[in-house]
Each structure stands twice: as structure tokens, then as C-alpha cells.
Design a protein around this ligand. Sequence first.
Ligand SMILES: Cc1cc2nc3c(=O)[nH]c(=O)nc-3n(C[C@H](O)[C@H](O)[C@H](O)COP(=O)(O)OP(=O)(O)OC[C@H]3O[C@@H](n4cnc5c(N)ncnc54)[C@H](O)[C@@H]3O)c2cc1C
Length: 536
Amino acid sequence: MSAVDAFDFVVVGAGAAGCVLAARLTESGRHSVLLLEAGGKDSSPWIHIPLGYGKHFTNPEVNWLYASEPQAGAGNRRIGQPRGKVLGGSSSINGLLYIRGQREDYDRWRDLGNAGWGYADVLPYFRKAEDQQRGPDEYHGVGGPLSVSDPSEPHALADAWLAAAEECGYRRNADFNGAAQEGFGYNQWTLRKGLRSSAATAYLRPARRRGNLRVVTRALATRILFSGRRATGVEYRRGGILGRATARREVIVAGGSFNSPQLLQLSGVGPASLLRDLGIPIVADLPGVGMNLQDHYTARLAYECTGASTINDVVGSLGKGLAAAVRYAFLRKGPLAMGSSYATGFIRADPASVTPDIQTSISLFSSDKAGDKLHDFPGISLAARLLRPESRGSVVIQSADALQAPAIRPNYLSAEKDCAVLLAGVKATRRLAETAAMRRYVVREHDPGPSCASDADLLDFLRLRGGIAYHPVGTCKMGNDASAVVDDHLRVRGIQGLRVVDASIMPLLVSGNTFAPTIMIAEKGADMILEHGDTG
Ligand SMILES: Cc1cc2nc3c(=O)[nH]c(=O)nc-3n(C[C@H](O)[C@H](O)[C@H](O)COP(=O)(O)OP(=O)(O)OC[C@H]3O[C@@H](n4cnc5c(N)ncnc54)[C@H](O)[C@@H]3O)c2cc1C
């Protein structure tokens, strides 16, 4: 590629959102698109085999391997922040859960002043994106790029857990993405015939043959180029060489919730005091860039089991491992075809909550920490995840060097209400394990263990052992208050020819998982870009 190449659109980041944008913007054949991706191709088979999920936590080939600054609310630990650095971005390394959140989440976005983002407005984009195995209905679509499938078979431990939920008085729910979210049921995963349906396989792969799409991997965008307050292109680094690409119409930033604010700040779009301190010329003083960071803080309880096979025994035994590999190779079934958790429950831990405030789930493996070696006994994990945290954090560059990671300060559990709701959620999760249905299988609670009994003990457990669901959002918030970064057409405020289209634009975290909502945002974003043309 020469330094003077020009395209209608330059998209930064081939992650969940970037792949959708590249596919939709090139669909008509009328626009040219350059898609820049810092990572490489998604050629490792472990990206496509669902169980490979566990392998990517420590792999620098596909993961940015970020970590937070020490977190006061989490025992001063640095919490690992995996992010995909590969075609498909985090959708190539995620846990495959397909859960959109609650109708009320999107209505709240709309009520904050974001016209066109209420549930009724966004549902058509969820449906457009979807290829639902169960067929179409009011809430689901078929024929879309993203495949959504049921597990290929039930599992005795998941069945027992669902029976436990009934024993505790919770209702069953066959579809968290349907009429109501509350209740317990099996998950649906972004899978097609036993293989991961990432944004890269679902959207980018079918579009790659188009002559109007150029995809450049291992290209790190280092700076957005401006003429006055108009974005005109992107400077990027590939193999140690700096290149430039011109955007005739728009630059679209889709680097995800850490890298999008980082790139804006590096380019002079961010809090003026930060930019001044680092000697970066100010293009626009936008104090909200990098602020408003939110994630789903999660407690994971580990149990030793008996009477049913778990991933721990499959990984720990050559014979069982081989049998699982053969089963997967021929039938696309069994442990290798599993997403990160098997079944989920949405509950109201705070009785005053109108909608569920805790997501609890069962995973058929256990370890001390996400990505660590699995326990050498058969084990499961039961998680409790805080759905709508009040704690807010930030992502801030530490220098003008694009190669230096930004400082990530999520401020987990800094809001008192977050601690109270999560504590109630952990107690409810523990009760599930103590039912008659689960006692058949559960030998003992390994972590935190029976000596962790009082509220104070449990709070310590949350702070010292808790993790996250890898759902950072909010750092380029959509809105119209002083801290908003983009407007409801995802245009960066005060700048022409520049949008942010990815998970970072969510003003509030959704009460579910963030892949499906990010796909929806990009589908809607692409429509807005094509309908309304140039932001200038
Ligand atoms: C371990 C893990 C498990 C998860 N599990 C689930 C789950 O089960 N279900 C669910 O719904 N969600 C899950 N998620 C979250 C979900 O995958 C993300 O919310 C979603 O992928 C976010 O999409 P995005 O487009 O905003 O960012 P990403 O998908 O992260 O994509 C950003 C892309 O931009 C590239 N990039 C960044 N900066 C630059 C630059 N300067 N130049 C060039 N390229 C750049 C990155 O390399 C990356 O490819 C998980 C995430 C992780 C990490």
C-alpha cells in the first residue's frame, strides 16, 4: 500500500463492530473501505473451536493482555483485561454467550436523550444480524450473518442446577432475549455447526472478496489526521513503518472500549488538561473521552463435583481428552463445543429492583482464576455478576506514544450499592449449590469454602478474589451532556468526518453480555452512515 491511498471510509479495528462496518459499508459496491487491524489473521484453530476460549487469556498473539491499575476496591490487585487483537477482535476470543440485555437498558439510553436507541428502535438491528437456530419470531431473526445456537446436548450438572433454581422458587426461562429476561435456562451461543461465529467469520469472511474492501492486518493506527476540525485520514504503523491513509468521507474508530478512547486522546481529542500535560496539540477539548468506564464485576465460586464429567476431568485425562476430540471431530458435540457457561439465571437480588440485577451462571469447569490451569478434581464454577454497576472508572493515556498501554482504572466496587447487591447475589448463588438437586453432585465448596460465612467474610472474598466479565463499555459515551463523546448518530462532538462505533459508545452498561449489543450498534451505525452520508 502506498502512503497516499485514499478510501471513502477508513475503519480502525476489525473487532466485533469493525467487521460489521466493513461488510455493510462495502455491500452496495459504491463505497471503498480500508479496514486496519492491529492484530493478525484468525487462523488458529483454537479460535474457532469453542473450548479454545480458555487458551486465549494469556496468548499475546491474539490478546492485548491489558491489566488494570491496582484496584483499591479489589484488594489492590491488578485485574487482567483481555481484549482480542486479531481479526474479529474480542469476538474471536470471547465466551460465546448470546445475551442482549433488558428492554429497559435500551429505553434508558433513549431516555437519556439518545433518539432512536430505545428497545423498539434497536430490536430490528438485533434481528437483522441474527441467524437464530430456533427460527424467527417477534424477537429473533433468521438469515442474518451471526449464527445463534442452542447447546448440542443438555448436561446433567446444568439440569441439576436448573432444578435447583426451581427448588429455590425461581422461574424457568427458555429465552433471555425474548419477552422477558428473568428466570433460569440454558444459554444460547454464537456458534455455527459447532464452530465459533465471530464477527470475522460471520461478517468479514463473506465480504473479503469484494474489490472495494481492503483489509490490512498488523497495522496499528497511531493517530487520526485532521485538517482543522475535520478528520481526513489515519496514520498507522506496520512492521515499524509509518503509513497514511486518506478518508474521503469518514474515519470510523472501532478499536473497543480501551483503544478507541486511547486513539482519540493520542490524536488530540480528549480532556484538554491531559492533552496539555502530555504535549499533545488539542483538536477538541472533550472531557468525557476515556471516562465513564463500566464493567460487570463478577464473583466466581468453585465446587468439587462427583457423578458427572466436567471439563476439568477431560483436560486432565489423555483418554477422556481424546474421546472428546473424536466426538467433536465427527459430531461437533461434547466439551469442545461448549461456550464459557452452560446455563444462566437472571434474578433480582435486591427485592426493590424492578428487573433482574444479578446474572448467575454455571460453567462446567473450575480454576483459581480465569485462564489458570483447571483444578485437578472434577469441578464447576457458579458465578454471580453485578448487572448494572454504579461504580465508574477511566482509561487514560500515559504518554503520547501509541505503543504504550493506557492506564485502566475501573474503580470496581467503589459504589456502596454495588457491594450490597453483589453480596446478595453471591448468597443467592451459594443457596443454589446447597439445594437437594445439587447436593447429589456437589462434594464441597472449594472457593471461598465453608469458613467464609459472615457478610464481612463474603465481602472480603468479593474484593480479594472477584474478577470481571470482560464487558468494558462507556468510554466514548453517546449523549448530549458535557461528558458525552458522540451524539446519537455516533459522530464525535465538535468534529467533522469522525465517528466512534463500538462498545465504548454505550452510555450505560447493558444487563447482559456485550457482543450482541455491539453487533447491533454497528449494524445501526452502518445504516446511519449510509443514510446520512458525510458527517461534514
Ligand atoms: C475473554 C472475553 C470473554 C467475553 N465473553 C463474552 C461473551 O461470552 N458474550 C458476549 O456477549 N461478550 C463477551 N465478551 C465481550 C465482547 O466480545 C465485546 O464486548 C465485543 O467484542 C466488543 O466489541 P468492540 O468492537 O467494541 O471491540 P473488540 O471486539 O475488542 O474489537 C476491537 C478491535 O480493534 C483493534 N484495534 C484496537 N486498537 C487499534 C488500533 N489503534 N489500530 C488498529 N486496530 C486496533 C483490536 O485489535 C480489535 O481487533 C468477552 C470479551 C472477552 C475479552
